[in-house]
Write a protein that binds this ligand. Structure first.
Ligand code: MG
Length: 165
């Protein structure tokens, strides 16, 4: 039986999707973005932070965000996803790992996310207490195709590398 000491590096992947609807805030990477449509969800529906949580948890083989923070638990209704990110990383640290780096991509047709990327990086780095250089965030569109392109939803992907300490 192996343990974490035999695995100095581990990689994780996360993906998340939320519907876009009227009457909800659009919060991505902890930043509230001016938009006619917002993300629907039990929490604040921050698709990027959720994907990053799953990447971190996955890297440490700690299941997924829904396993730890149920979307039917009233305790998590409307919760700031920065709390979920902090708690997810805490579980990873308790297993003996620290963050190497994160690389992520958000798919949103409109509005443009690029003006907000630096703020998102700073917020995530602050929550995880790591250098902002470890947090890569990219943005792309759906080119009018599929649920992203038709503005029905927002999606995010994230990879996380962790290392044993
Ligand atoms: Mg989610």
């Amino acid at each position: 039986m192996s343990n974490s000491t035999t695995h100095p590096f581990r990689i994780g992947f996360g993906v998340d999707i939320h519907q876009l609807v009227e009457g909800r805030d659009l919060i991505v990477g902890g930043v509230k973005i001016e938009s006619d449509l917002g993300a629907l969800g039990h929490s604040d529906a921050d698709v990027l932070l959720h994907a990053i949580c799953d990447a971190l948890l996955g890297a440490a083989n700690l299941r997924d965000i829904g396993y730890h923070f149920s979307d039917t638990d009233p305790k998590f209704k409307g919760i700031d996803s920065r709390i979920l990110l902090k708690e997810s990383y805490k579980l990873v640290k308790e297993k003996g790992y620290r963050l190497g780096n994160i690389d992520s991509t958000v798919l949103l047709e409109a509005p443009k996310l690029n003006p907000h990327i630096t703020s998102m990086q700073q917020i995530i780095a602050e929550v995880l207490e790591v250098d902002v250089d470890l947090i890569s965030i990219k943005a792309t569109r759906g080119e009018k195709m599929g649920f992203v392109g038709e503005r029905k939803g927002i999606q995010a992907y994230a990879n996380a590398l962790i290392y044993a300490v």
